[in-house]
Design a protein around this ligand. Sequence first.
Ligand SMILES: Nc1nc2c(ncn2[C@@H]2O[C@H](COP(=O)(O)OP(=O)(O)OP(=O)(O)O)[C@@H](O)[C@H]2O)c(=O)[nH]1
Ligand SMILES: [Mg+2]
Length: 213
Amino acid sequence: MKSAASDPTPLRAAHYLRSVHSPAQLPPDEGREIAIAGRSNAGKSSAINAICDQGKLARTSRTPGRTQQLNYFEVVPARFLVDLPGYGYAKVPADLRAHWQEFINVYFRTRQALCGLVVVMDIRHPLREFDRQMLDYAAARDLPAHCLLTKADKLGRGQQGKALLETRRELGKAYGESIGAQLFSAETKAGVEEARAVLERWLDLSAAPGPAA
Ligand SMILES: Nc1nc2c(ncn2[C@@H]2O[C@H](COP(=O)(O)OP(=O)(O)OP(=O)(O)O)[C@@H](O)[C@H]2O)c(=O)[nH]1
Ligand SMILES: [Mg+2]
């Protein structure tokens, strides 16, 4: 089957830059970056890989709680994707959980480079409490946000459409019309082009400096 992800995208240039465990390790607060958030095991890292058309850019795992840091991927100089630690994983020790909650809170409040939020949600469990908290952070500072209903391949067409409509309705109720939602599957690559268009626009890649060395 031809993959929709085979069309060229500037996001293909994305490469791992660094892992961040504390605010002091954050790259300089300049340029543009998009945060990718979601529950543990929702499919964030897989979504990043599909969108960037790379098999192993972000580490994926069957074991929840794999991404335990902010992973920075540089697309071109001063343009980043940031894979956030997954939330809602019960086995994360309380002190680590508190650390991340505080870090993410400060990050969302203060990070100037942050130009958009992608919330990755399992289509079977959309808009859980922490997803809404992330969207609240974005709404609080007028940051654009976009939801991926991923693992859409796990549902039939009818159920997918129903979940999308329901999610859009819920988003509209809570945040007005500003937050988009779409179907997505890292498995079948459904929705990859649509997601890319959003990320490329937010990162303003047409105006960015040339490819990273
Ligand atoms: N069927 C299906 N499985 C998926 C899809 N996306 C991810 N998965 C699977 O879901 C599991 C978790 O995927 P990850 O991408 O590692 O999830 P994550 O959100 O990065 O997880 P953490 O880093 O632990 O928070 C893996 O077994 C993936 O293969 C999808 O679109 N369809
Ligand atoms: Mg991950």
